[in-house]
Design a protein around this ligand. Structure first.
Ligand code: BES
Ligand code: ZN
Ligand code: ZN
Length: 489
């Protein structure tokens, strides 16, 4: 369960307490006895611990000494990770509540600490009978002179507790969607979930069914869906507040392959194992719109989520097939496992009707991106949006949902020209992430950023507050990006 972060104006005796300090010199007088102080000093100096804990009967006190890092980004991430660690210790004590005391005025680090603690509390227990291991932490109170429930400061600092709760909740729900197996989360169920979310946050949701996609001649989505027993959907989520600072929307497009078997080019061996995660982009796009709407940010945003599974049914597309896409272009399918770009191509063509100021897509698109960058960042490419990608990259460092840029040079586009159609859906093997990006670019005519999140979207092994399974990568990144827009205006 998501622990709620709130602001308190007092600390009490006899409760779990975390003191966030930049050095031990800053520890308050009177709180610790002389022997406690010497214990804390020894733990920090000799044993090099930056989290020191001790208990007084029922309650625990933790001292977190903020790591000295030159960059603010690293300090924030170290604080999130420390928060996760302390959260784990509190859960092992079956604690429900903790007060985090921003002792010497480090609001951003204190909030990051609370954020890591909250995000690290995630569990996916829906299918477990044994709920014994359920985390107990429910409430994180921040005691601070500067942190409040609204925005803190401007650019450099973090969001206040109100926005943080909204975004954390969106991340949890994003992880839930990703972790749901395909047996439950079909394209239709995904759309229904987004409809529910829309009602909750005030965003308008429209679900286009198979018939509608046929009318729109979305050959990419329909083609990938041919091998499935489940119909495809295309969900549109719109947040258009009356006081929006932008007339043209920022559009988020997310790859919604609810399961990727590879289709007729069936994935071999273990490579199919985590393919329920192939809708992580769609989940992140929906949850980013949800968070922005819940926070009532005055920014016009739209989410476009094409969804289907990719299966080798008898009607499935086969290598050599040619599909006619929504924008009229034709694509020769040389590998049915390169399906993400086929459904995204239709969604990106469809995005043109919004005359968007910017389109950002998120997709678990290529294994090549995982091999190149691993789990610690996504690959980013831009077309006509260099400034926007810089801004987004900065948000990436701030939220630790990082972006590594790859080029979109002309030459790579040559590699996906087909002999029989306008394009083919795979390149020669090298630079697979870039040729996939180039393929998508062909369906855009607006400022465009492509994020290949195949690496960071899903983890086999926990990485601190990003546990096993879906991470929710993209939600915090996009929220921060959109928030920066309005702070700057
Ligand atoms: N969904 C996969 C990409 C993927 C791989 C995501 C590993 C997460 C982890 C995508 O649809 C795919 O299968 N891509 C192929 C493309 C190839 C056939 C050109 C790939 O990367 O092997
Ligand atoms: Zn695939
Ligand atoms: Zn895929």
């Amino acid at each position: 369960m998501l622990p709620k972060i709130s602001i308190t104006d007092r600390t009490q005796e006899l409760e779990n307490l975390v003191l966030v300090v930049s050095s031990l010199k800053a520890l308050p007088n009177g709180v610790f006895t002389a022997s406690e102080m010497s214990f804390i000093r020894r733990q920090h100096k000799e044993l090099k611990k930056d989290i020191i804990s001790y208990n007084r009967l029922e309650n625990w006190t933790y001292v977190y000494v903020i790591k000295e890092e030159k960059s603010e980004y690293k300090r924030l991430e170290a604080s999130r990770k420390a928060g996760k660690k302390v959260g784990e210790m509190l859960n092992s004590q079956k604690a429900a509540k903790v007060v985090v005391f921003d002792h010497d005025n480090h609001p951003a680090e204190t909030l990051a600490f609370a954020e890591g603690m909250a995000l690290g509390n995630y569990q996916f227990l829906k299918y477990k009978a044994d709920k014994e291991k359920k985390n107990t932490l429910r409430k994180i109170e921040i005691y601070s002179e500067t942190v409040n429930d609204e925005l803190v400061g401007s650019q450099q600092s973090a969001v206040g507790s109100h926005f943080m709760n909204i975004v954390n909740d969106a991340v949890f729900q994003c992880r839930d969607l990703i972790n749901e197996p395909a047996s439950y989360l079909t394209a239709t169920v995904f759309s229904k979930e987004v409809e529910k979310l829309g009602k909750e946050c005030g965003a308008k949701v429209e679900v286009m069914n198979k018939k509608k996609l046929e009318v729109l001649q979305m050959g990419g989505i329909l083609g990938v869906n041919q091998g499935s027993h489940e119909p495809p959907t295309f969900t549109v989520m719109e947040w258009k507040p009356a006081d929006a600072v932008n007339k043209k929307p920022i559009v988020f497009v997310g790859k919604g392959i609810v399961f990727d078997s590879g289709g007729m080019n069936l994935k071999p061996g273990d490579s199919m194992l985590n393919m329920k995660d192939d809708m992580s982009g769609a989940a992140a796009a929906a949850m980013a719109v949800y968070a922005i709407a819940k926070a009532e940010l005055p920014v016009y945003v739209v989410g476009l989520m094409p969804a289907t599974d990719n299966r080798p049914g008898t009607k499935a597309i086969v290598p050599g097939d040619v599909l006619k896409m929504h924008n009229g272009m034709t694509v020769e399918v040389l590998n049915t496992d390169a399906e993400g770009r086929l459904i995204l191509a239709d969604a990106l063509s469809y995005a043109r009707k919004y005359k968007p100021e910017l389109v950002i897509d998120m997709a678990t698109l290529t294994g090549a991106a995982v091999r190149a960058i691993g789990k610690f960042a996504c690959a980013g490419m831009e077309s006509g949006a260099p400034e926007e990608l810089l801004e987004l990259t900065e948000s990436g460092f701030k939220t630790s949902e990082r972006i590594v840029e790859l080029p979109m040079w002309e030459e790579y586009g040559e590699l996906i020209k087909s002999e029989v159609a306008d394009l083919k859906n795979i390149g020669p093997g090298d630079a697979g992430t870039i040729t996939a990006g180039k393929f998508l670019e062909k369906f855009t005519d607006y400022p465009y950023i492509h994020l290949d999140i195949a690496g960071p979207a899903f983890l086999d092994k926990a990485d601190s507050y990003r546990g096993i399974g879906g991470t929710g990568f993209g939600v915090r990144l996009l929220f921060d990006y959109v928030l920066k827009r309005i702070i700057k205006e």
